[in-house]
Design a protein around this ligand. Structure first.
Ligand code: TTP
Ligand code: MG
Length: 367
């Protein structure tokens, strides 16, 4: 395999972009943590409370998907479909830790890496491999490194750009590996439904369907002038996407939008001292992470969930960026106070710092 030659891309050499997405991520991490549950349907999300629970499914493993359960489904509906499943709460800090370790496993395989979500990343491997055969070997190495390191499976798509790589990784889940050459990109996309293209949501899909466009091939062969008339500048973009064209680069530097922590009490509580203790701890953790990453923030948001899952968030934006622990603690308690009532028990509290400024770019020197 070729060695890394830097970020400058020789425009005559082909681009190889790899997209990786972990399979049933939260549920798979839980499975690794509880090996005794392997083979059972596992649903991660809100408490089902014997079918009376509110809230939604975050995700479920492929055993549970056989019953028709999926992400974002009301947990009460999941209970109807699969009462025998193992229901687990979301343990975000655990999934974030695993996610960080996986990114570290991936980094040496890429010239550039762009993390897109907690379980998803693009890797530019153009300088790491000479052709698709080498790309396949590299993808297999990535898969076995993640199995060896974390006992998790993933799906990988490799293509000439981000658009094709992402659709390819989703195409044969779980544990898939699909490689699409530049020449085959159009053929691969042609029979798929238009909503597979990023940026085409349910409303756009309906509008496209209403003018007879159902598949990507329908879109690719549609008159571009008409598309522009209907969708404006997006019309041109849709046309390009349908032809498998995407020049966007892998953006290495990922700038976080916020830092947050939340805590679910072992038992729902209205004890002000307990709540304050946890809020202070969460503030300290958020501040630590914010500082470690070299940011200050202007907006503080609190989240509170009562025992019946009723959830409120409340924010305050300061006039200047800060990373002061006292400001965060005081503001958080001030924001929470109207929700703290002796007759209402609380299930969860959360703290978020957003509206971030990188310290290096900050004009006001303030701590
Ligand atoms: P996805 O990658 O969309 O889903 P997944 O990894 O569970 O399953 P697969 O990729 O095999 O189809 O999302 C990654 C994680 O993000 C998922 O494990 C849980 C979380 N998530 C939610 O909390 N709510 C949601 O609606 C979705 C889609 C995901
Ligand atoms: Mg996933």
């Amino acid at each position: 395999m070729r060695t890394k030659t830097g970020n400058d891309r020789n425009h005559t050499s082909p681009r190889f972009i790899l997209h990786i997405d972990l399979d049933a991520f939260f549920a798979s991490v839980e499975e690794v943590n509880h090996p005794e549950l392997k083979g059972r349907p596992i649903i991660v999300g809100a408490d089902p409370k014997q079918g009376k629970g509110r809230g939604v499914v975050s995700t479920c493993n492929y055993e549970a998907r056989k019953f028709g359960v999926h992400s974002a489904m009301p947990i009460s509906h999941a209970w109807k479909l699969c009462p025998e499943a193992i229901y687990l709460p979301v343990n975000m800090s655990l999934y974030e830790e695993v996610s960080k370790r996986i990114i570290n496993i991936l980094k040496p395989f890429a010239d550039r890496l762009e993390q897109v979500s907690i379980d998803e990343a693009f890797l530019d491997i153009s300088h790491k491999v000479a052709d698709l055969k080498e790309a396949k070997i590299l993808a297999k190495k990535i898969k076995s490194s993640i199995v060896d390191g974390e006992r998790l499976t993933c799906s990988i798509g490799i293509g000439p750009n981000k658009l094709v790589a992402k659709i390819a990784s989703d195409h044969r889940k779980p544990n898939g590996l699909i490689i699409i050459s530049k020449n085959d990109a159009k053929k691969f996309l042609a029979p798929l439904n238009v909503e597979k293209l990023g940026g085409i949501g349910s409303k756009t899909k309906e509008r496209l369907n209403s003018i007879g466009i159902k598949t990507i091939e329908d879109l690719a062969s549609y008159d571009i002038k008409k598309l522009k008339d209907i969708f404006g500048v997006w019309g041109e973009e849709f046309h390009r996407m349908a032809h498998g064209i995407d020049e966007s680069e892998i953006i290495e530097e990922w700038i976080p939008k916020s830092f947050s922590r939340e805590y679910t009490f072992d038992q729902d509580t209205s004890d002000l001292n307990k709540i304050r203790f946890i809020v202070n701890k969460l503030c300290e953790e958020v501040i630590l992470e914010t500082k470690e990453n070299g940011f200050s923030f202007r907006t503080i948001t609190v989240k509170i969930r009562y025992e019946n899952f009723e959830t409120h968030t409340h924010s305050k934006t300061l006039s200047f960026p800060t990373s002061s622990i006292e400001t965060m603690k005081n503001t958080s308690m001030m924001l929470l106070r109207p929700f703290l009532r002796s007759d209402r028990k609380i299930r969860l509290v959360g703290i978020r710092a957003s509206n971030l400024t990188e310290k290096a770019h900050q004009k006001t020197l303030e701590n």
